[in-house]
Design a protein around this ligand. Sequence first.
Ligand SMILES: Nc1ncnc2c1ncn2[C@@H]1O[C@H](COP(=O)(O)OP(=O)(O)O)[C@@H](O)[C@H]1O
Ligand SMILES: [Mg+2]
Length: 226
Amino acid sequence: MASSPLLAVQHVSYQSGSQSILADISLEVQAGECRLITGPSGCGKSTLLKIIGGLLTPDSGTLVLNGRASDAFTPEAWRQAVGYCTQTPALFGDTVYDNLAFPWVLRQKKPDKARLRADLATVNLAEDTLEKSIQSLSGGEKQRVSLIRNLQFLPQVLLLDEITSALDEENKQTVHKLIAGLVKEQHLGVLWVTHDTSELRELGDVITLPARLKEQSEQEGSHESA
Ligand SMILES: Nc1ncnc2c1ncn2[C@@H]1O[C@H](COP(=O)(O)OP(=O)(O)O)[C@@H](O)[C@H]1O
Ligand SMILES: [Mg+2]
């Protein structure tokens, strides 16, 4: 018997101006489950994660976490429950420390620097990375700092948007194993937008989003544009 989902996305649609970006998307993820999301560039994968992460409001449809609709949550409570690693890592402040300390500051706690260094080491980042300026980091280093920031306080659902796109093979494998361990051992629910679906197939099943409706209607003919 299937247990009730950790997160359910129900009939979500989103338009930008007159363009339909997402139409009637429904999916679920359980605790301790990873689902991979793929689809052609521009089909709305990042838009979907922004909606689930609470950064965009859908035109219709519902998000339900542990049986409670998203409108029953404060934005802060939703963001604590649903972590979101963006496609382009959004780091701020001056140093890596500023970024990793931020989730602690939000909770009026003080991070332990030794622990932060140990966390960086789990994604092959050297100890002195903690004091580095974010300006000095490569794209792949930024991706890993962003991931570690999102793991300081484990959310219930973690959204990952192409988070290994700038990583070499070894670092990709490290991140894959880290996420797989969190899914298995901490029962994290993960929605992972990735093009590495064949590599990650063992971790979860694949949801393929369709190409955008506008492009489909263009292929069918231009009767709508008259
Ligand atoms: N802020 C925006 N304003 C207008 N159009 C947007 C915006 N963000 C994304 N889009 C459009 O929405 C579509 C889906 O984008 P996105 O979700 O980033 O796709 P994907 O992540 O699958 O590549 C694209 O065609 C893109 O041009
Ligand atoms: Mg994207």
